[in-house]
Design a binder for this molecule. Structure first.
Ligand code: HAM
Length: 431
């Protein structure tokens, strides 16, 4: 059949065959998040554009090139609001924290979001999509580096409980409003005489977002990056102390990490701790985050420390597949009900029986339409059901149905017994 419409480029259907991976991931991640005391939050897919413009940062790729932004329909006064599809999860959570007064609760408030859709007009390629989904955590209201270590350990535990191997963690501190300006000044001084050799993007970064100079991927700029001054050498006393304490707590959590003084992140709101996880040789991050102690103020709140991460679900599932990790298979039906004659009266009895079994919590299937008993048996076998329940008009009139064991030990398989309908649930559940 010719396909008339396809999903948009960079957008994907998540088909039933993929769902066991998603369910496995979601079960493990929510279990670990709750183990660490995090509670679920979900925020709307659309926010006012200003929420992201002011927080992610005007000079970032996300804001400059990747946001899906449009004007809303006009309100009664004819005004239109600029709206944006969520390009990242943190700003919306901080907006919700302020809007709902969560700062009045005991702090820190520890929140997670699960498989939340994120939209970025990125160049689609393997592992990079225009719609992806994130598992994320945010802890608001406490600046203790033990919260940073807990956050990183939580994500590490998710990866290890999924069975992922060869996980690398890189950490860095990018200072705060006290020490970063001096460093940026120093970085600009270093880059100024080299600028005409730099790529076009770096020329722009030099003006708008100098820290991102360190994140350039162009081969021509790598030697300059390697020789650039390092922010860790410019940290003020409190930032240094915070970073040292973080590393100490990470050793207590037994999370191995590498210090990467060039690690900067793609969003402007970060302060102090930044981190990123990857698996094996793959360069694409499996998750990343950091501290954002100034973000709540940008959104009109009181100064509120915060830290969080986002982890891409598609990338994690991709890494699981590469490492041959298979999720638990979906549960097979317990019973498949087969009708031996194709009369409306018998079909009514079968639908009634299927309904009773499902209401009793027994996973049950039947076939539909006008299939022969033989074709239904074929379906029953293909479904992987443990039992076929064979319903015939004469048998029912005599007060029984036949139950054939399809899956079981060699002795049990093909065993067929007559069971009274009122005893069927007990028989199927081994009672
Ligand atoms: P991010 O590093 O931009 O951070 O994204 C987090 C993760 O989402 C990445 O490490 C990656 O696994 C996944 N990801 C990002 N872009 C794509 C894409 N185009 N296709 C597939 N997966 C992708 C943030 O979004 C921050 N909000 C994280 C955070 C939370 N920081 C503090 N709290």
């Amino acid at each position: 059949m010719p396909v008339l419409y396809r999903a948009l480029q960079g957008f994907s259907d998540i088909l039933p065959e993929e769902q066991p991976y998603w369910r496995f991931f979601e079960n493990v991640a929510s279990h670990v998040a709750e183990l660490y005391g995090y509670q679920r939050i979900e925020t709307p897919t659309l926010e006012e554009t200003a929420v992201y413009l002011r927080t992610a940062g005007a000079g970032t790729d996300i804001v400059e090139k990747e946001m899906y932004t449009f004007e809303d329909r006009a309100d009664k006064e004819g005004n239109r609001t600029s709206l944006t599809l969520r390009p990242e999860g943190t700003a919306g959570v901080v907006r919700a924290y302020l809007e709902h007064g969560l700062f009045k609760l005991p702090q820190p408030v520890k929140l997670y979001y699960m498989s939340t859709p994120i939209f970025r007009h990125d160049k689609p390629q393997a592992g990079r999509y225009r719609e992806h989904h994130q598992f994320g955590c945010e802890a608001l209201g406490d600046s203790d580096p033990a919260v940073d270590a807990e956050m990183i350990s939580l994500l590490y535990q998710v990866y290890t409980e999924l069975g992922l191997r060869d996980i690398h963690l890189q950490i860095n501190s990018i200072g705060d409003q006290n020490c970063r300006p001096q460093y940026i000044e120093r970085l600009r001084e270093y880059y100024r005489p080299l600028l005409n050799e730099c790529c076009d993007d770096c020329q722009m970064r030099f003006e708008k977002n100098p820290l991102r100079l360190l994140d350039c991927k162009e081969p021509q700029d790598q030697a300059k990056i390697a020789a650039a001054p390092k922010i860790v050498d410019f940290l003020c006393g409190p930032c240094r102390e915070h970073f040292d304490a973080l590393q100490h707590y990470l050793t207590l959590y037994e999370v191995p990490c590498t210090l990467n003084p060039l690690l900067v992140r793609g969003l402007d709101y970060y302060t102090r701790t930044v981190f990123e996880f990857a698996a094996g040789e793959d360069k694409l991050a499996l998750g990343g985050g950091g501290r954002y102690d100034g973000l709540a103020e940008i959104l009109g709140g009181n100064p509120t420390p915060g830290i969080g991460f986002g982890a891409g679900v598609e990338r994690i599932i991709r890494a699981m597949k590469r490492q041959g990790i298979t999720p638990p298979p979906p549960e097979k039906p317990c019973a498949f009900v087969v009708y031996l004659a194709r009369t409306p009266e018998l079909k009514d009895e079968v639908v009634k029986l299927v309904a009773q079994l499902r209401h009793a919590g027994i996973k049950t299937e039947m076939s539909y339409g006008d299939r022969s008993a033989k074709a239904q048996m074929k379906q029953a076998n293909a479904s992987g059901a443990t039992y076929a329940v064979l319903v015939g008009a004469n048998e029912l009139a005599n007060g029984f149905v036949s139950v054939r064991t399809l899956q079981g030990t060699i002795d049990e398989e093909h065993k067929q017994v007559e069971v009274k309908p009122e005893n069927l649930i007990a028989y199927l559940t081994g009672g």
